[in-house]
Design a binder for this molecule. Structure first.
Ligand code: WTA
Length: 698
């Protein structure tokens, strides 16, 4: 019954978009808005794409969008199979094109797209480009952390590298369906390893190389990989991080729990560390360079069903245990390719740079798969975006003539703080489309990105999506309609977002509430690895009949969507999703910590920071040394990116009589909104609140 209300859904925002193009007098050009100026209402701010941009855009006007959107929701099977037909399928999918049960009340949630279709995503990313005349086109420009270190691969060279690794993996016994953990920094070997796994039907699970040994061990124990792929060390900024040591610790930890890994394939990253300095376990550890280059440069593709798993990616939820988000092959392929193409108005002459790491979903869908499925030239940057100076990004943009630049608001804010001079000393004239992802982009950062970085020429695609969604869900299509700074605008083709209230009732028109989706889309995740029940409980049970995103959202009078942040116990730090429960469980593992409660608070650069209320074991005094050691515990157990920004000593925590911590109050204390604490009379001990306030700035 997902079709009910469909027509009104697209008309709802359709009409308002249509108004823009009919010159309804609502549009004012704000390209000239000066920095820092805050207009009365963001809602009324419209930024028009230039005529020049629209003339060349894939979706040049609202009518074209509406026409395609209408078809995508009225005839999803036809819409998506037309697009899917542009890829190579060894065998075409069966009927129906897709099937879904999206309503827990009707049985288990089940989403399938292109079932029966036989394909391979690596073939479509690489071989297909080589065979269609792009063999000599650059697939990857690689830029090292240290200026001056660079490399590149054409599509045919990429194919050879992928095949050598694929052959090696097959030779050591990796088979279709086996898991492979990849713990690598942004070397070219990272996308190569992902593609090699996909080529042989193995399921990759990339673990962001900023995660600690404990987090890595947890993931190894969950998915039990045949092989772990890593490198000895990496330089990030001026620091050298010895990744192999972290892997050694993780492997020791997992073998204590009877998960032993027989093979650790280690790339020698000479820029960071020589092999002689690397700790080694003979019999288990193998240097990539010693074995992989000996293998043949061609490798038969393992053809897989569209619904065979492609990868697992762990993400944070509201409990301490990370969730293994599982994506399958066919739908993900079609969806990432299509979203990439339209949201960035991709043309074959583009040079595309996404600053995300392949350890997160953005690097999966929009460094590796989406762009390569389009035969794009992708910049892969190993280092820190402000190293050795805050102009490094624009130096790289000019060097490779980057045309599409996709990043996170946290980076925009930090570069904005460093000053315009680092931007304006570079030409940036190649840029034509900008993108933002990971957290809501505040209007002032949006304007700086637009005016200063993009010289008021480049539309910004503020793409809202999630690890779970596989690809963009709500995003501008540059050239299609006016933008509003800070709004992700309208849904992508085939996506029917809805806003529901506390009771799960869909609300119409301008409103605020919980963001849900009421139909499946090809890139949707299919399950949580090994825990379909948690999949249903977390995403489909809160509001039966819908997929619940965990985000709050406002729809304005013109139908534009504005994401307002997580409404669950997940915080978004520099665009990284962190579960408060994960940080709490790390803190309470400290022998001197009795209890911890973690909330997010507004942070100027990171978007949200981590604020931890900590109750110490009876008799232990609070000290600076202890504060540092608590933070260190979190770094060791999760990773540096999850380190609390603030530790607040809490002799007691505000709890209800049934013992539930009232986080609402803690959030207000963290934000220092002390006059907005609300009703504290239901607390078991109302005076703990005064105690906490008294200790706020100690
Ligand atoms: C947030 C990252 C506002 C949101 C792709 C979501 C955003 C979570 C945006 C997913 C955006 C992502 N505007 N919020 N453009 N993009 N988010 O799984 O809270 O790492 O639920 O995927 O990031 O984070 P994840």
């Amino acid at each position: 019954n997902y079709r009910i209300g469909m027509a009104s859904n697209y008309l709802r925002h359709g009409e308002s978009i249509a108004n823009f193009s009919s010159g309804a007098g609502k549009i004012s050009r704000i390209n000239a808005v000066t920095l820092g100026e805050s207009p009365a209402s963001e809602e009324n701010d419209l930024v028009l794409p230039s005529d020049e941009f629209c003339r060349q855009a894939l979706i040049p006007n609202p009518q074209k969008y509406l026409e395609m959107y209408k078809r995508s929701v009225e005839d999803p099977a036809g819409f998506w199979s037309d697009i899917a037909s542009e890829f190579y399928w060894k065998q075409k999918w069966g009927q129906p094109v897709f099937s879904e049960n999206f309503d827990v009340r009707n049985g288990p949630i089940d989403i399938q797209w292109f079932k029966g279709g036989v394909t391979n995503i690596c073939y479509n990313c690489v071989d297909r480009n080589v065979e269609s005349g792009n063999a000599d086109k650059i697939a990857i420009y690689w830029e090292g952390n240290e200026p001056g270190f660079q490399d590149s691969l054409t599509y045919s060279q990429l194919l050879q590298r992928v095949c050598q690794l694929a052959n090696y993996l097959k030779d050591v016994g990796v088979k279709k369906g086996d898991a492979v953990i990849i713990y690598l920094p942004m070397l070219m070997e990272l996308p190569i390893a992902m593609l090699a796994c996909a080529r042989i039907g193995a399921v990759h699970s990339v673990v962001f190389a900023g995660f600690s040994a404990d987090s890595l061990a947890q993931r190894i124990m969950d998915c039990k990989p045949k092989v772990v792929i890593t490198c000895n060390a990496v330089k990030r900024g001026s620091k050298t991080i010895q990744l192999k040591d972290i892997v050694d610790t993780a492997l020791a930890e997992s073998s204590k729990n009877s998960i032993s890994i027989d093979l650790c394939l280690t790339y020698e990253n000479q820029c960071a560390m020589k092999r002689g300095d690397t700790k080694w376990q003979d019999g288990r550890d193998v240097w990539w360079q010693d074995v992989v280059p000996k293998y043949p440069t061609s490798c038969m593709v393992e053809w897989v069903d569209a619904e065979d798993p492609l990868f697992l990616l762990y993400t944070s939820g509201s409990t301490g245990k990370p969730k293994g988000v599982l994506h399958t092959t066919g739908g993900y392929m079609v969806y990432t390719a299509t979203t990439f193409k339209y949201a960035f108005d991709y043309k074959p002459s583009d040079v595309y740079w996404c600053t995300a790491d392949c350890g997160w979903i953005t690097g999966h869908s929009y460094v590796t798969y989406g762009p390569m499925l389009n035969g794009a030239t992708v910049v892969v940057y190993e280092g820190a975006p402000n190293y050795p100076h805050p102009g490094r990004c624009w130096d790289i943009v000019d060097k490779f003539n980057v045309t599409i630049f996709y990043t996170a608001p946290t980076l925009v804010r930090s570069l904005m703080r460093d000053g315009d001079q680092y931007v304006t000393r570079y030409s940036r004239k190649s840029l034509r489309v900008l993108g933002s992802v990971g957290e809501p982009i505040n209007p002032s950062a949006w304007r700086w990105f637009f005016n200063v970085v993009g010289d008021s020429r480049c539309p910004i695609s503020d793409t809202w999506w999630q690890t779970e969604t596989g690809g963009f869900m709500i995003t501008p299509l540059p050239g299609a309609w006016p933008q509003k700074p800070g709004s992700a605008t309208f849904p992508f083709f085939g996506v029917q977002p809805v806003i529901v209230d506390d009771k799960g009732i869909e609300i119409d028109g301008a409103c605020s509430g919980y963001l849900c989706v009421k139909n499946s889309w090809p890139g949707a995740f299919r399950t949580l690895y090994g825990d379909h029940e948690r999949y249903e409980t977390t995403y489909f049970k809160p509001f039966p009949g819908y997929y619940f995103s965990g985000d709050g959202c406002t729809r304005d009078k013109d139908g534009y969507y504005w994401l307002t942040g997580r409404v669950d116990d997940v915080i978004n730090v520099s665009g990284h999703r962190i579960g408060t429960a994960e940080v709490e469980s790390a803190l309470v593992s400290h022998p001197q910590c009795a209890e911890a409660a973690v909330v997010g608070f507004e942070h100027e650069v990171k978007g949200q920071g981590i604020y931890a209320f900590v109750t110490l074991v009876e008799g232990v005094p609070y000290s600076e040394e202890l504060r540092k050691s608590l933070i260190l515990t979190v770094r060791e157990q999760i990773g540096a990116f999850a380190a609390p920004d603030k530790i607040h000593w809490a002799p007691g925590l505000p709890k209800t009589r049934s013992g539930k911590i009232m986080r609402r109050i803690l959030r207000k204390i963290a934000a220092r909104q002390l006059d907005e604490l609300g009703d504290t009379s239901t607390l078991a001990e109302p005076n703990v609140v005064d105690q906490l306030i008294a200790l706020a700035d100690c």
